[in-house]
Ligand binder design. Structure first.
Ligand SMILES: [Fe+2]
Ligand SMILES: [Fe+2]
Length: 481
């Protein structure tokens, strides 16, 4: 059990920006950097090509292939420069396999990042191959039917995908894996098998050596799935390696082989609402994935602050705290829009925010969540945003993070002010449990910033590298706890 002081000190909003900047300047100095913390160097810095891999690509198939069937040598589903199966990259192959004139990959998501409150489905055409209606006997009729498909209502889900195609006079859509299988059966290419494993079983399928024919007919595909982050802020994810058998008629079964720790960590998103469901952004690369996750978490924070404002009011908190929580929800709506634009510029789709209906919570539960999500995670999010505002090389990121950092420092201050008001009302046992939760979250954060750093991603987005990040975490908590 921690022997730190029993209560966090009251924190004044006005002193937080000064404190954060002085910590960052000291950490930069220790690194030998001379960064100006208040500068936003976007315009002067060259663009950095985003890395073309994601952490999931690190899943390496076992050379000792599991399963009883001895098949021919493994095939490579993708060109050498690609490292995972991603449907939009495969359209040329699908077009020739299906003898289409044209095929496109469309995704939709609801306007979740605009406050996380749902909305109209937004369709995006992510990739195309060929020319629509190229061999139709009546181009006008074909084009008209093709255009009509663009306006069909999205399914009653929050995000998804669709293939739209033309083949002679035929115009159609593939709205799910079952449609895909009907059109392409028998499943006789490694790409088709990888499609089934990816989009029916939710796996990431690396290309090299990740699928093979089996002698009984059909395919075996090896992939991996990362664990959800629900209730696991800042924790390390696990990967479950999974074998999918795909029969020639498209029927498939998945067998979990092993679960092990991954190099990916659940984001430390700022203030995460209780009951947030995990979401899987669709992104072409690591930069897009990071931006989409960040946009999703900004939108999720709207829910966290709305709950906090309501609960503080019910507990009779000072009006200044309640009002600050309400204003913070508005800040997070704005952040979600800003990060959503950055994610869209990187070709990433931000998944909708889904939060389970909140239950009534005790003062202890609220204080414990505030300690972890506010005093640790949101305080770190503020510091990370401030660091990014002076280090990010990718255009647009530094300026956006600079604007966000100003608000996040205010949110961090609010977390410590809520703690200073709420925790004295708890029993000694409850206070000890809250303190322990805060210390545990800080220790997990220290471990998290020391691991899983991708240099290309870090430089593009200005994320502090491990040594600097560890110094920042330690300095922050020495100053605040
Ligand atoms: Fe935010
Ligand atoms: Fe925030």
């Amino acid at each position: 059990m921690s022997v730190r002081p029993s209560l966090p000190r009251p924190a004044e909003s006005a002193s937080f920006p000064t404190l954060f900047r002085s910590i960052l300047v000291a950490a930069f100095a220790a690194e030998g950097c001379i960064d100006d913390v208040t500068a936003a160097p976007d315009a002067a810095t060259p663009d950095v090509a985003p890395p073309d891999t994601t952490v999931l690509d690190a899943i390496t198939p076992d050379v000792n292939w599991p399963g009883p069937d001895a098949g021919p040598p493994l095939e490579n589903a993708c060109p050498a420069e690609q490292t995972r199966y991603y449907a939009p990259d495969q359209l040329d192959g699908l077009r020739s396999a299906g003898r289409f004139d044209y095929i496109e990959w469309r995704t939709f998501s609801r306007a979740s990042w605009d406050g996380g409150l749902g909305g109209a489905a937004m369709w995006t055409t992510a990739a195309t191959s060929g020319a629509h209606c190229a061999t139709a006997t009546s181009a006008a009729a074909c084009e008209s039917a093709f255009a009509a498909l663009a306006n069909e209502p999205a399914p009653a889900t929050n995000h998804g995908w669709l293939h739209r195609y033309t083949r002679g006079d035929e115009v159609g859509a593939i709205r799910g894996v079952d449609d895909f299988v009907r059109l392409f059966a028998p499943v006789d290419t490694v790409g088709e098998a990888a499609f089934v494993a990816t989009y029916r079983h939710g796996l990431t399928v690396p290309c090299v050596g990740s699928a093979r024919r089996i002698t009984t007919g059909g395919w075996e595909v090896l992939g991996g799935a990362l664990s959800d982050c629900t209730f696991r802020s800042g924790q390390r994810r696990t990967i479950t390696r999974t074998l999918v058998r795909v029969a020639p008629d498209g029927a498939s079964t998945a067998i979990a082989l092993e679960t092990r720790e991954s190099d990916d960590w659940c984001p430390v998103p700022g203030r995460r609402p209780d009951g947030l469901r995990d979401a899987r952004p669709d992104a072409p690369d690591a930069v897009g994935l990071w931006l989409a996750r960040a946009a999703h978490m900004e939108a999720a924070s709207v829910f966290a602050f709305e709950s906090l404002a309501r609960e503080l009011a019910e507990l009779g908190a000072p009006a200044t705290l309640v009002e600050a929580a309400r204003r913070s929800a508005d800040d997070e709506r704005r952040h979600a829009r800003m990060m959503g634009r950055l994610a869209a510029s990187a070709g990433a789709a931000v998944p909708p925010v889904e939060v389970e209906a909140p239950c009534a919570r005790t003062a202890f539960a609220i204080a414990r969540e505030n300690a972890v999500e506010g005093c640790v995670h949101e305080t770190w999010a503020a510091m990370e945003a401030l660091a990014q505002s002076s280090r990010a090389a990718r255009p647009g990121v530094a300026a956006t993070m600079g604007a966000i950092a100003v608000d996040e420092m205010r949110h961090a201050s609010l977390a410590w002010q809520v703690a200073a008001w709420l925790e004295p009302q708890l029993t000694e046992t409850e206070r000890a449990a809250v303190r322990e939760a805060r210390e545990g979250a800080r220790a997990a954060l220290e471990a998290r910033v020391e691991r899983g750093y991708d240099r290309g991603l870090g430089e593009a987005l200005g994320l502090p590298p491990p040594g600097l990040a560890a110094r920042l975490v330690a300095s922050l908590h020495a100053a605040l706890a």
